[in-house]
Ligand binder design. Structure first.
Ligand code: GTP
Length: 358
């Protein structure tokens, strides 16, 4: 199947609640990841596979997407946008793009998945099996948090089980689907529907030919702070592939206009955004520092995200945390294990600590 004869559809209309407060100011697929909006990595992968036409299914903060990507020509793509004034869920979002489709086959992506799957092979598999729908599946160590998708010896999907405590297989829904267009056109339009909970089970019950393409490529859903930090670090270190990074591979990535004082240590896939300032003796291990943030002398930041223009005072410790845009964290504060500081919040010096000495 020639990728030129396939539409790509990307669902980007979610509110990204699990990544709050970062998603207060930006939709999840636009958060900077290894220095680029996350969606740029996916769009580059789509372009590299030879697909030319992309439809973005938007809702929450829709204008941010068109303002950034325009007609798509900078990425060698033609991008169309559709808008849901009220979010229609993943199924309603897919139905909503139907009028913009140009071809008989569409590959639909969740806009928050970092994946190295070979799209050419996925499309060839769909074609060879004469499938009406092909789901990309990956194997994970703990499938309980995902949709579990068993297949038979011919690769046909036999069930679709959303998050269950007792999954029958370690194959999970990877958030990328190849649809024949008639199936998309048959989804009722204009009402909220979940593709995972409603449409897939119904298609299976109706006897539609649904196949599962299983591979061992890199895969990560970037929906939580923990996964976002890991995915970003994997991009920086070259563990997760992205054509947009042109082969970058290293322990850290420091962007133009950032300053890093001598003696600061950056590793673990750390990213320092444009205009950010990192003071002397700072240790950044797998940290994601957004543009314009400032980290003062002697602070330690591990596996955490520091929002746009946030300030971290001297000798602070932030481990597995998220600091919102423009927040001001006082000297020697300690923020650990899932702490989330909302944008603009000011914490005084020593304002939060886990030990009794100040
Ligand atoms: P959480 O609130 O943290 O669960 O994030 P989310 O709202 O992004 O939901 P989820 O991670 O389940 O969404 C998977 C993908 O579908 C993401 O790329 C979302 O942007 C997208 N998505 C979710 N809901 C909608 C919707 O109602 N409409 C559209 N067009 N896309 C959606």
């Amino acid at each position: 199947m020639d990728p030129k004869d396939v539409d790509a559809v990307i669902l980007v209309g979610g509110k990204g609640t699990r990544l709050r407060p970062l998603t207060v100011s930006k939709p999840k697929p636009m958060l900077p990841t290894a220095g680029l909006p996350f969606l740029t990595h996916l769009l580059s992968r789509i372009a590299a596979a030879g697909i030319e036409h992309v439809v973005l299914g938007t809702s929450f903060q829709a204008e941010v997407f068109s303002d950034t990507f325009g007609d798509g020509s900078e990425l060698g793509l033609e991008i169309d946008y559709v808008y849901e004034p009220e979010p229609l869920g993943t199924g309603g979002g897919i139905a909503n793009v139907a009028p913009k489709l140009r071809h008989d086959t569409a590959v639909v992506f969740n806009g928050d998945v970092l994946s190295g799957a070979d799209l050419g092979q996925l499309l060839a598999f769909h074609d060879e099996r004469d499938a009406e729908l092909t789901l990309h599946l990956v194997r994970v160590a703990d499938p309980r948090a995902f949709g579990s998708v068993p297949t038979d010896a011919d690769g046909r999907v036999t069930a679709f089980l959303e998050k269950t405590q007792d999954p029958p297989t370690d194959q999970i829904n990877a958030g990328c689907y190849v649809f024949q267009r008639e199936l998309i056109e048959a989804i009722p339009r204009g009402r909220a529907l979940s593709v995972e909970r409603e449409i897939f089970p119904r298609l299976l019950a109706d006897g539609v030919r649904v196949c599962g393409y299983v591979d061992a490529s890199y895969w990560r859903d970037m929906g939580t702070p923990e996964d976002f930090v890991r995915g970003s670090a994997d991009l920086v270190r070259g563990i997760a592939p992205s054509p947009a990074l042109h082969g970058h591979r290293g322990e850290s990535l420091v962007h133009d206009g950032a300053s890093v004082a001598p003696g600061a240590l950056l590793y673990g896939g750390t990213v320092v955004g444009r205009g950010a300032e990192i003071g002397p003796g700072v240790r950044l291990d797998g940290a994601v520092i957004f543009d314009g943030a400032k980290v003062d002398a002697g602070s330690v930041i591990e596996r955490s995200i520091i929002g746009y223009g946030a300030q971290i005072g001297p000798r602070a410790l932030i481990r597995d945390g998220v600091i919102g845009d423009g927040a001001d964290i006082g000297a020697r504060c300690e923020l650990l294990r899932g702490a989330r500081v909302w944008p603009g919040v000011v914490l005084p010096d020593c304002g939060i600590r886990y030990s009794s000495d100040v």
